[in-house]
Design a protein. Structure first.
Lengths: 316, 297, 519
């Protein structure tokens, strides 16, 4: 891919005979942003080498000895390896799929509201996003607690159902975690889609209505095509994070309860628990490096496919 | 805007009302928990109609009211300045990347995207900012690391420019002799208020909710703590002292007097309310951008 | 309008470009810094002495040594205490002291960064608070102290005890000065005083697991609606003083028989643990655990006074003192019952260390000496300034000034993990002989054979990560009585530990212990 991109640039360059001078003002505009990326993101990337080093501060991080792939071993040490990778990937797939569908549906609904209520909706659905995950874990406990939780006390008890011991029953947790993740994130991502929708040129809809399109047809033939680029972008970016997980969601919300590890242990929680005592920069860098590398590979594959199918929507 | 029949309009309203309730009810629960007497909370759990009220949580938070209000001030300052710089830099980087034909634009877009996947980690970033740029214990420590520009927002904004600003409009402006900057400011930006509002919102929330920069880079100058720093520290310390009390036998805290669960809830309320107040004003930008010039895509 | 924006843009560009230019030098300068700091520490005394005199000239003033102190919340009067402390240190070692307060909840994160790569913000710090002493030393974040401490060694050994002073050795070299505090913890059960009295117990009484189970049964029969065992520190927190857990909370490899054995064993397969599990099972069947114990967000201070739950397990050097502490902190009369007869004294948990990046190693060493031996210094750090932060009562103990309390006092750290020698301070709101009792308890405990042995597990850290995850998965649910089938879970627990490589850890510990014992 990295090869392909400059090749493209070369292809387009001769076409624009105006040459470099023509584009210079645009490059100048980019300087602040690029400079910041260099400082904030690229310079610290020397830290990526930590993944392959045995850090000794006495000789300095630059002169620490290399140790090959030793730092990666702990991720694959046990049979937990399968569980943590499976959990991380599966949850992310569900989050990406359901999260985007939900957000698009809500964005389309928001777009149809023309009353003052729009402001209220827009403000309120963002609330969950504003709460810290610690607070969310307390709220979850308020609902799920065995002795005085809402669900057991106020919903199941009147129905005559036996109270459920939520925190010691793994089978409920995939649903609980997916629900909480969607609840926390849908406001944010639907606003992203909503912003794109609002920018859609009204004449497209006018034309569709003149052609006698129903609401559903307008959505299908006007709205969704306009959202296509945004959808693809957000999905590709989410795929890049495929091997990461929201630490708070998987650690704090299930209260680090050992009974639930089969369905709550992800790469990040495993690394956290395993390295808490060791405080090992090399190993935590190694875990991060692997997560990034795998995500990067997936993104590259997705991007190549996107480029084949729809060049305009490809990320780069 | 999608045109639809009366009947079809009811559905979105119904769904959104339900979702709104789903989001507001927990906040209400938080609010009630924060003014519930701590003992009642321990005995009966959370309730919308607590048996006994108490303002102890808020008293605890605001007992050092000077600290809290100064921290609010710091946060407002950082959020406003930071968001302004963030939006500016994002626009300036995203706009050229959206222009068809710009040489090497895919390479640059790739470099932007790359930073979302790989990062050097906290330790190298800290070493760089504290020992090369010496921003520790200054206000820049809250402003610069991590939040000054987000590659995610750059890509979002580039997409918006790509799909919503027709090339013809830009070409027309250039034929009129406008410079790149003038085209950007006078033609493109007025059409882009929704995305500017969104990016501003994202950046603003990131600054507002951030406590990590303060934790990493503020060591001595605790007067520079943001409100989130003050609140998270309160939270961490209460949690720590209450839970490891037996290991810290000597810390003579009259811990019975400190409400822990209630304070958490009160802290969440104190951190969220200002956003709820300010947000509706940001929403004004979420209206259709104005198209200047007669050209339509 | 456009002009204004252009101007702002230009200014911004300029600033960022300047930053970028500085950034260009970054690689070079910081690697240089890394190099020079390693030079300084490897060439030892002489060159660093030269540096410190240079630092003297540069500031034209007394140099400043920064010292880490841990606190609950950042105290208001740090500057006053700094000034009072500096008065003493200027006279004794010729430097001022700057206090870097680390809020205890942030300690792990902040220490990790402050010690990273050549940062001399902290000259003197305590390893073991949010960090691990062995790792700090093996990663080169603590200076080798043998030659620096030589002039003070005898006096410090006398003040701290030779075993404590020597415990900071790793591979024969001294990297930190052990903290003198309680070395042995007595597992005890804390229960509301009136309940204890009703069933014939009082604070400080001894009890054993069998009698404790009987007590649970009696209390439960009389008050069937109130659970008896609540969480403490997020878990049931049931300690076991019959073994030396070798500085590892997860007990991956322990010394049995009060640390008197010389063979490292697998705790989770030992009869100590299987016996405990059989009690967990009984307690669960009796129904005395608090429901959702593992997920409760409440601390004993919440649920004991409210009567939601009668008690919890705890640990302290003396059960009696634990009862006194609980009573004063929970605001309700509490009794703590000691579970095992004997206790084992184990390696200290925190060490005063000197940062290799410091410019004044001699003065830092002098400060460590003062912290170990000077009562005024320790008292200042722990209780603050007399008359401003505390008063001394007739019996010799300290307390708040009239009208002050924890919320209004400007300095009240209390004695804690991160003090070199807390026993020199005046007991605050404790009996005046509190520290004498603490020292007596240390002396009375059986000293573990592994006292002072620092285990370095970096060689088997893959196994440590894996086993830590396994212990996290099973130990607390078992102890909290929240599993259905105890025998099967225990079996699975043991199998998973084996698969995760606990035998490697035990072998590594055994090898290091053998070397330590001179075998």
């Amino acid at each position: 891919m990295a090869k392909q991109a400059p090749a493209n640039a070369l292809k387009t360059a001769p076409k624009k005979q105006g040459g470099f001078a023509k584009w210079l003002p645009l490059y100048v505009l980019m300087i602040p942003g690029l400079a910041y990326l260099v400082i904030n993101n690229y310079l610290p990337m020397f830290g990526l080498t930590f993944a392959f080093k045995k850090i000794n501060y006495n000789v300095g991080v630059f002169n620490s000895p290399w140790c090959g792939l030793d730092n990666f071993g702990f991720l694959f040490k046990t049979k937990d390896a399968f569980i943590i990778f499976r959990n991380t990937i599966c949850y992310n797939l569900v989050f990406i799929l359901l999260g985007n569908v939900l957000a698009i549906v809500i964005a389309i609904m928001l777009e149809q509201i023309r009353t003052k209520a729009l402001k209220v909706y827009q403000t309120c659905i963002l609330i969950p996003y504003l709460l810290s995950i610690t607070v969310v874990s307390y709220l979850a406990f308020a609902f799920l607690s065995t002795d005085n939780g809402f669900i057991n006390n106020s919903i199941l008890a009147p129905l005559g159902v036996e109270p459920i011991s939520w925190y010691s029953t793994p089978k409920y947790w995939p649903f609980i975690l997916v629900f909480i993740n969607l609840w926390k994130g849908f406001g944010y991502s639907s606003i992203l889609y909503f912003a794109t929708l609002i920018g859609v040129d009204g004449s497209y809809y006018e034309a569709a209505v003149i052609d006698g399109a129903s609401t559903w047809q307008q959505i299908k033939y006007v709205t969704l095509p306009c959202l296509k680029t945004t959808i693809i972008t957000l999905v590709i970016m989410a795929i890049g994070r495929m091997f990461y997980s929201d630490f708070g969601l998987f650690y704090q919300v299930p209260m680090n309860n050992g009974m639930l590890f089969d369905v709550t242990n992800t790469i990040d929680t495993y690394v956290y628990r395993g390295l808490l005592q060791l405080n090992d920069v090399g190993r935590s860098s190694a875990a991060g490096f692997l997560q990034s590398l795998l995500g990067f590979t997936l993104v590259m594959i997705t991007n190549v496919i996107t480029r084949k199918v729809d060049p305009d929507s490809a990320l780069f | 805007m999608i045109t639809s029949s009366k009947a079809a309009k009811i559905i979105p309203n119904v769904v959104l009302v339900i979702l709104t309730l789903l989001c507001v009810i927990p906040l209400l629960l938080l609010l009630m928990a924060s003014i519930t007497d701590e003992q009642t909370l321990t005995m009966n759990g959370y309730s919308f109609f607590p048996a006994k009220f108490s303002a102890a949580s808020y008293q605890y938070i605001f007992k050092a009211s000077q600290t809290v209000f100064r921290a609010y001030g710091v946060t407002f300052f950082v959020t406003i300045i930071g968001t302004a710089c963030n939006v500016l830099m994002t626009v300036l980087l995203a706009y050229p990347l959206a222009r068809p034909g710009l040489p090497a634009r895919n390479v640059i877009a790739f470099l932007v995207f790359f930073t979302m996947l790989f990062n050097g980690g906290l330790v190298p970033t800290y070493i760089m900012y504290s020992q090369v740029f010496h921003i520790r214990d200054t206000i820049f420590a809250l402003l610069i690391p991590t939040f000054l520009m987000s590659p995610f927002n750059v890509i979002l904004m580039r997409n918006y420019f790509k799909t919503n600003i027709p090339d013809a409009i830009i070409e027309a402006a250039k034929l009129d002799g406008a410079s790149e900057l003038k085209t950007l400011i006078e033609v493109v930006l007025p059409m882009s208020t929704p995305i500017i509002g969104t990016v501003g919102l994202m950046a603003g929330l990131a600054y507002w909710n951030d406590w990590t920069n303060g934790l990493y880079y503020i060591v001595k100058r605790t007067d520079l703590y943001s409100i989130q720093n003050v609140l998270t520290n309160m939270l961490n310390n209460i949690q720590f002292l209450k839970s490891s009390a037996q290991q810290l036998q000597g810390v003579n805290l009259e811990m019975g007097a400190i409400p822990s669960v209630g304070v958490r809830m009160a802290i969440a309320v104190v951190a969220v309310i200002p956003v709820m107040v300010v947000y509706p004003f940001i929403q004004k930008s979420f209206v259709k951008g104005i198209v200047i010039g007669g050209v339509k895509g | 309008m456009a002009k204004k924006i252009t101007a702002v843009l230009l200014a911004l560009c300029l600033i960022v470009t300047v930053f970028a230019a500085c950034g260009g030098n970054e690689g070079g300068s910081s690697s240089q810094a890394g190099g020079s700091s390693s030079e300084a520490s490897s060439s030892g005394g002489e060159s660093s002495g030269a540096e410190s005199s240079e630092a003297n000239e540069n500031t034209g003033d007394v140099p400043t040594i920064s010292l880490m102190v841990t606190c609950g919340t950042t105290p208001a009067d740090t500057a006053d205490v700094e000034a009072a402390l500096s008065e003493i240190t200027r006279e004794k070692i010729g430097c001022n002291v700057e206090l870097i307060t680390i809020e205890i909840g942030n300690a792990s994160q902040q220490m990790n960064l402050l010690l990273a790569g050549g940062d001399d913000t902290l000259d003197v710090f305590y390893a073991g608070i949010g960090t691990s002493f062995v790792n700090v030393a093996s990663q080169g974040q603590a200076m080798e102290l043998d030659s620096l401490m030589e002039p003070y060694a005898e006096e410090m050994k006398k003040a701290l005890g030779e075993n404590v002073y020597e415990s900071g050795r790793i591979n024969g070299k001294l990297y930190g000065i052990g903290r003198l505090l309680d070395q042995a913890s007595v597992p005890c059960f804390t229960i509301r005083g009136d309940i204890a009295q009703e069933f014939g117990y009082k604070n400080g009484d001894k009890i054993n697991l069998e009698k404790l189970t009987k007590l649970f049964q009696d209390v439960h029969d009389k008050y069937p609606d109130t659970p008896i065992i609540g969480p403490n520190n997020g878990s049931p927190n049931i300690g076991d003083s019959r073994v030396d857990s070798l500085g590892d909370g997860n007990k991956l490899g322990v010394l049995g028989n009060m640390g008197q054995d010389e063979t490292v064993i697998n705790y989770y397969e030992s009869e100590y643990y299987t016996e405990l599990v059989s009690y967990f099972k009984q307690w669960k069947e009796m129904g005395v655990y608090m429901p959702d114990l593992l997920n409760s967000t409440e601390a004993p201070v919440d649920f004991i006074p409210t009567g939601k739950c009668f008690g919890c397990f705890a640990g302290h050097f003396s059960a009696e003192m634990n009862g006194i502490w609980s009573t004063s902190n929970f605001g309700v009369d509490c009794a703590s019952l000691q579970i095992y007869d004997d206790t084992v004294a184990v390696t200290p948990g925190a060490y005063g260390c000197i940062n290799p990046a410091t410019k004044n190693p001699e003065m830092a060493a002098g400060l460590l000496h003062l912290l170990s031996t000077n009562a005024d210094v320790e008292n200042l750090l722990i209780n603050g300034i007399e008359g401003q932060h505390y008063q001394v009562l007739d019996d010799g103990s300290a307390t708040y000034l009239e009208g002050q309390d924890i919320t209004s006092v400007g300095w009240c750290l209390g004695y804690s993990w991160a003090n070199q020698n807390s026993t020199l301070s005046i007991p605050f709101d404790y009996p005046a002989d509190y520290f004498d009792q603490l020292l007596a308890a240390n002396a009375a405990a059986k000293q573990s054979k592994a006292f002072g042995c620092q285990f370095d597990l970096t060689g088997v850290s893959d196994a440590v990560s894996a086993c830590t995850n396994v212990v996290n998965q099973y130990a607390n649910p078992l102890a909290a009585g929240s599993v259905e089938d105890f025998d099967a879970t225990l079996k699975k627990f043991q199998e998973d530990l084996k698969a995760a490589g606990i035998d490697e850890i035990i072998a590594a510990r055994q090898e290091q212990l053998d070397a330590f014992l001179g075998k």
